[in-house]
Every structure is written in C-alpha cells, then in structure tokens.
Write a protein that binds this ligand. Structure first.
Ligand code: UD1
Ligand code: CA
Length: 454
C-alpha cells in the first residue's frame, strides 16, 4: 500500500503569543513540525504534503532542505477544507496518513499499527480514552462499531458522556478522499468543514472504519499554548531518559536531564543532574558527566570524566581525559587521550596531544599542542591581531610557565621551557629556555608613601 503523509499546519497558533509560527516552536530543540516530518520519513512515505497558512514563508524556509510538498490553505475553513486543498497533488491510489504539525510525539510504531489495521478503501483512526474528554470530537460507537465522530460543540448531552476521543490522526484511502472531500458541508455548530464528517460518509459507502490507541497518551497531545508545550517537553524528555536508562545509562535523576538531539552511549555512562545534551553526541564506555554540563555535537571517548559546569560545542575528546570543572571546549577542540583541561580553560580550534595538561585559567585558540606538555596557569595564546588569526604551535614535553602570553604566529619547540610571565613573540628552539621579563628591582628598607597631613 503506497502511503502519503498529509500534515495539517495552517492553524494560527494564537495562544502561543509568539511571532514564530506555532509549528516552528521547539520541542527538545527542534521545531514541532520537524518531529512530524521525521516520523513521516521513518515510515518511508512516498510523499509528504504539508498544508500551511500563517507564516508560510518562514515555515518553508525552515524546511527548505526537506522533500516536502507545500500546499497553501489561504483561509482556515476547517480541517476538512485543509485536506481538500491537497487534492490537486494527492495521488489517486494508496492511502494517506493525516497528521497534525502541532502533534509532534506520535510514534512511527503507532502509525504502523494504524496502517496495518487500515484497508486501502476505508478509514483508520487513532482514538484515545480520556477521563475528561471535554472539547474533543467523540467517537460514537454502536455494538462496538464506529458510527461517527461528533464534535463537542455539536454533541448531545448523552454523546458528551463519551470518553473515547478523536485524536485527529487518520489513515484514509486516497481514492475516497477525492470522492468524499468535495461533498463536505459546513452545516454545523462552528460553520467549519469538518474532516471528521468523512466517517459517516465511509459508513454510508459501506467502507470499514477501524481504530487503534497509542501506547502512551502523550503521543497524541497537541500543543496550543506554552503551558502545553512545556508539559509535552517533559513527557518527551521522560520517554527519552527512560530509553537511555534501558540502554544502561546511569541517570542520577531522569527528571533533571534534557536531550535535544541524539545521544549514542557505551556501557556504564553516568550523567549527574541538570545536564543538557544537544545535537548529535556520543559518550564512550564509562564516561562520567558532572552536574550542570551542556554538551553539544561532541564525541567523548571511553573513561573520560567531565566535572561540573563544563560547556562543550563541536569538540572531540579522547579516552581517559579529565575535564573541568568550569571548562569550555569550543568548535574544533580536539583532545587526545589522557589530557587534563581544568577550571576556566577555554579551548577553540586547537589540538591537544596525549597527556598534555592545561589545568587553570588558560585560552588555547588556533593552537597545536604536542604530547606531554604542561601549559601553566593563566597562559594565553594571542591568536588574533584585531584583523587576522594566527597559529601557536607547541611541541612535545614543553613547559609553559604561568601567566605567559604566546603571540601568534609562534612556535615553541619540543622540550622547550618558557619562564613564567613571559610575552613570547619569537620562536623558542627545542630544549631551550626563553624568559621575557624585566629584572626584578629591589630596594632594602623601603618606606611606603605616607598620607599627606592637611
Ligand atoms: C479536531 C477534530 C476533533 C479532534 C481534535 C483533536 C475536526 C473537525 N475535529 O478538532 O475531532 O478531537 O482535532 O485535537 O477535525 N487546521 C488547518 N486548517 C484549518 C483548521 C485546522 O490546518 O482550517 C489544522 C490546525 O493547525 C491543527 C489541526 O488542523 O494542526 C487541528 O485543528 P484544531 O483546530 O486544533 O482541531 P479542532 O477542529 O479543534
Ligand atoms: Ca484543537
């Protein structure tokens, strides 16, 4: 059965009170619509048709890299009208999964179950039983068979007692959509073209209407305001945290963990509280991440321990390194095995070789540091002259004394020593000592200035 995906995304999202269109609001760091498109791709949909209205340009720009067909719904006349505007591009055969751009957590597995029970000529619905169904369309059954969907505003008192609701997710025959949608009327309490009216049409045509329920209720939760967005974010994070724990990750507190992207893990990874992982990250066997770290697009090899409040972006970290607390690795930081990067050390676009250490208050920018070198406290690579950036190259087993400035471009040879407090502007040869500071001045029995009497 060839499958299209139709995503309804024309709604205004007024209650978000945002200049950003609702479907671009982020859940776990990605736009709501990105989650739905990702799900459609996982189902190998033949085509993904997105219905847009408000903020169409922004939405299309955000997904310019995706194979999505865009259809504009100029006026929001209802869900049935929204799907109707896709008919000119909708295939005549196969089925369509109809999803909402603001229902981001629906799982491919649930949709696959829906596809499995649906027939090529009928309708499949995702329904859910809620303790309080107020506001939703109700699933009216007779002897267990679905008869109709009645919107809350159109429902009788008796129908309002029904707890089974329409989640707004459907699998419908394309041939039948072409047949049914032009026949919809807006003769109802809201004066809208209801997509839900196709259920009664299917029954009139003796077509099957079937349903599945999602495994977890939050899969079908929609986002209308920021309160719902935050609640769904938590549910989504809880589910991700659970999946990681099932893979063997030791999350000290899963309710204080956020993953905004994907995380690959080895065995016995331990993550303390309030850690945020963003983009695509990898943590090797036995990696420990201390409290409050923010780690983005970074790979950390086995055995490395990151102390609290360290921030990494686009870095590569070797095995058994020790980092932090309060360390910052910026894009292009590459640390070999057994490196130590301590508190208030910033590394940008630099490689640090095996076993080298920069333990306190240092900036390494556009630098190459060999192996076994020690970078003293307060060392700065002066990589920028105000217009251009230059490289600092430090060899193996070098020793840079505390509070030194290395003015790039400059090279410090293997085994070289730089005396503390030096401003180094010329290359330092292998195994030599360079000191750049004035001689210490001394005066015995020195009298400090006295306060002048008035
Ligand atoms: C709809 C269902 C209702 C169901 C509920 C689940 C109908 C008539 N009712 O309610 O049975 O319980 O969803 O949340 O379908 N949209 C458009 N264009 C429009 C109208 C809506 O693109 O003209 C989009 C919205 O952006 C949203 C989705 O369709 O993503 C659902 O619209 P919404 O207004 O939230 O649904 P309801 O009509 O309240
Ligand atoms: Ca709604």
């Amino acid at each position: 059965m060839s499958t299209s995906v139709i995503i309804l995304a024309a709604g205004k999202g007024t209650r978000m009170r945002s200049s950003l269109p609702k479907v671009l609001q982020p859940l776990a760091g990605r736009p709501l619509l990105a989650h739905v498109i990702e799900t459609a791709k996982q189902l190998n949909a033949e085509n993904i048709i997105t219905i847009y209205g408000h903020g169409g340009d922004l939405v299309q720009q955000a997904f310019a890299h995706e194979q999505v067909q865009w259809v504009e719904q100029k006026e929001q006349l209802g869900t049935g009208h929204a799907v109707k505007v896709t008919l000119p591009v909708l295939p005549q055969t196969g089925v369509s999964l109809i999803l909402s751009g603001d229902v981001p957590c629906i799982r491919p597995a649930t949709l696959q179950r829906l596809l499995d029970v649906s027939t090529e000529t009928g309708i499949g619905l995702v329904t859910l039983t809620l303790p309080d169904a107020t506001g939703y369309g109700r699933i009216v059954r007779n002897n267990g068979e679905i008869q109709a969907i009645v919107e809350h505003k159109d429902a009788s008192d008796e129908q309002r007692q029904i707890k089974e609701i329409n989640t707004g997710i459907y699998c419908v025959s394309n041939a039948k959509l072409h047949e049914w949608l032009p026949r919809l009327s807006n003769n109802n309490a809201q004066g809208e073209y209801y997509l839900t009216d196709i259920v009664a049409m299917a029954l009139a045509d003796s077509m099957q209407v079937v349903s599945v329920e999602p495994e977890q209720a939050f899969e079908v939760d929609g986002v209308n305001d920021r309160v719902q967005l935050a609640a769904l974010e938590r549910q989504f994070q809880t589910a991700q945290a659970k999946a990681l724990m099932q893979q063997g990750v030791h999350l000290i507190d899963p309710s204080r963990f956020d993953l905004r992207g994907t995380l690959k893990v080895g065995q016995d990874v331990r993550i303390d509280i309030n850690v945020i992982i963003e983009g695509e990250c990898e943590l090797g066997d036995g990696v420990e991440i201390g409290a409050g770290c923010v780690i983005k697009n970074t790979k950390i090899a086995a055995g490395t321990k990151v102390q609290p409040y360290s921030v990494f972006d686009s870095a590569i970290v070797g095995e058994n390194t020790q980092i932090g607390p309060f360390a910052r690795l910026r894009p292009g930081a590459k640390l070999a095995a057994e490196v130590h990067i301590g508190n208030f050390v910033e590394v940008k676009n630099s490689t640090v070789g095996h076993g080298s250490k920069a333990n306190h208050f240092t900036y390494l920018g556009d630098a190459e540091v060999g192996s076994g070198s020690n970078i003293g406290a307060g060392t700065i690579t002066c990589n920028y002259d105000g217009a251009n950036k230059f490289k600092t190259i430090i060899g193996d087993h070098a020793f840079i004394g505390s509070n030194s400035s290395l003015v790039a471009p400059v090279q410090i040879g293997n085994g070289a020593t730089v005396g503390a407090g030096s401003t180094i502007t010329r290359d330092v040869a292998e195994n030599s000592l360079a000191v750049e500071r004035s001689k210490q001045f001394a005066k015995e029995n020195y009298q400090r200035p006295q306060k002048i009497k008035k």
